[in-house]
Ligand binder design. Structure first.
Ligand SMILES: Nc1ncnc2c1ncn2[C@@H]1O[C@H](COP(=O)(O)OP(=O)(O)OP(=O)(O)O)[C@@H](O)[C@H]1O
Length: 251
């Protein structure tokens, strides 16, 4: 079997007396969409913070593509291909969709464009940015200011910004939040099309979306992984049903 893209080994994190990550171990395979579900306050976002590097675990290891990244900074992890999706609030509203993505391309490439003449530099940035916009179906909205995009399109743009970092793993924290039915459907289709090319760790409260998209699911409750497996295994797990899924949601 190929090595996992991401492996968490015995992670612990407490805030004062509150244990929020309690001996969490899980594996995310190359190219899979792995959903992390659990009730409010289960510790999902805190776990994503530890994986991306904004929060240090108290104990345990984070192994990414075979390398222990537990002590690396957010920027060092990003350079290795670990990308957290940006929130709408980090988009620059007055800049075009293309410019928002081009800035991310530039941040990723650092000095690697310095050999180009300025015009070529800009063309190379824009080409890469356009490719990311195309991946999320926003190519025809490239020239519009981010502020003029609908809520769903802004979420697509966040995704394009993350893809511009050329990630191997995308950490997505509630990408469907606040979207209408049609927008959610479009985003789900886009995420489904990313399957296989990127590993995706998906936190999402919309259970039909999770069960439609995920290859595997891990369930977190009070900081512990109480189950991890395929959709069928999770659906059939009585502990999960008791702790979290209503019969209706898992149907
Ligand atoms: N910086 C912090 N200091 C203290 N407590 C925190 C901090 N961050 C999170 N918590 C607490 O940790 C617990 C887990 O929070 P977290 O946001 O990770 O849960 P979650 O599963 O993402 O929840 P939700 O689904 O509501 O977003 C909560 O009880 C929260 O209040």
């Amino acid at each position: 079997m190929t090595e996992p893209l991401l492996e968490l080994r015995g992670l612990h994190k407490s805030f004062g007396g509150l244990t929020v990550t309690d001996d969490v171990s899980l594996e995310l395979r190359q190219g899979e969409i792995h959903a992390l579900i659990g009730p409010n306050g289960a510790g999902k976002t805190t776990l994503i913070h530890q994986i991306s590097g904004t929060l240090a675990p108290d104990a345990g290891q984070i192994v990414f593509a075979g390398e222990d990244v537990t002590r690396l900074s957010l920027a060092q992890r990003a350079r290795r291909g670990l990308a957290r999706s940006f929130q709408i609030t980090s988009l620059l509203p007055g800049f075009s969709a293309l410019e928002n993505v081009a800035l991310a391309v530039q941040a990723r490439s650092g000095s690697s464009f310095r050999f180009f003449r300025p015009a070529l530099h800009e063309a190379a940035l824009n080409d890469q940015a356009m490719a990311a916009l195309t991946e999320v179906g926003l190519e025809r909205r490239a020239a519009l200011p981010a502020a003029a995009l609908s809520h769903g399109e802004k979420r697509q743009l966040e995704l394009a910004v993350a893809l511009a970092m050329q990630p191997r793993l995308l950490l997505l924290d509630e990408p469907l939040a606040g979207t209408g039915a049609e927008e959610a459907e479009r985003l789900m289709r886009i995420l489904g099309e990313l399957r296989g090319r990127y590993g995706i760790l998906l936190i999402e409260h919309d259970m039909p979306a999770v069960f439609a998209l995920a290859d595997r699911i891990s369930v977190l409750a009070q900081g512990k992984v109480i189950a991890s497996g395929t959709k069928d295994e999770i659906r059939a797990d009585p502990v999960v049903r008791d702790a979290y899924l209503g019969d209706e949601e898992a149907a």
